[in-house]
Write a protein that binds this ligand. Structure first.
Ligand code: FES
Length: 173
């Protein structure tokens, strides 16, 4: 009768949902375990030798914009004089750089609000009122350590994993 048919339909719907969930989970697991050769290909070596203090370059890392910038003494001092406890995403410049080389600021060029590419790495671009980077999409301003200081972005520009391979080169990834 009607009651039994409804029971059967409910059971069938649950079973179908279960099969669907398995189908979705497997591809996610594959993406989370890229093979070693894929990871190696995804590292990026960046030559720093042509980047003068006050200059930056835009390159790419794993298909996303990467900013590589040499800070001036003044920009380092401006970043260091900020009390990190007053920041939305508290971090010091030293924590955002490696090997004590605070002049080399390596960050993703991806605004942590909705993912636009901030200005400030290209020659003559607007660096915003805190002298770092400025996102024109909704007005997020980052300071000279690429920390969020004003506007809607919740986090500092992400610092990828990287290391120095010589005095004038880094390996990102
Ligand atoms: Fe940068 Fe919105 S995406 S402020």
């Amino acid at each position: 009768d009607g009651v039994r048919r409804r029971d059967f339909i409910n059971v069938a719907a649950v079973s179908f949902a279960g099969v669907g969930a398995v189908g979705v989970v497997l591809p996610l697991i594959d993406q989370m375990n890229p093979s070693a050769d894929v990871l190696a290909l995804a590292s990026t070596e960046v030559d720093l030798s042509a980047i003068q203090p006050g200059q930056a370059i835009k390159t790419t890392f794993r298909s996303q914009p990467l900013f590589v910038r040499q800070l001036t003494e003044k920009e380092i001092a401006e970043a260091d004089k900020v009390d990190p406890s007053t920041l939305r995403d508290p971090q010091t410049l030293a924590e955002r750089t490696v090997d004590g080389k605070k002049q080399w600021l390596i960050t993703m060029g991806v605004c942590t609000h909705l993912g636009c590419v901030p200005l400030g790495a290209g020659e003559g671009e607007n660096r915003g009122e805190f002298g770092g980077y400025f996102c024109p999409c909704h007005g997020s301003s980052y300071d000279t350590a690429a920390r969020i200081r004003k506007g809607p972005a919740p986090k500092n520009l992400e610092v990828p994993k990287y290391s120095f391979t010589s005095d004038t080169a880094i390996l990102v990834g």
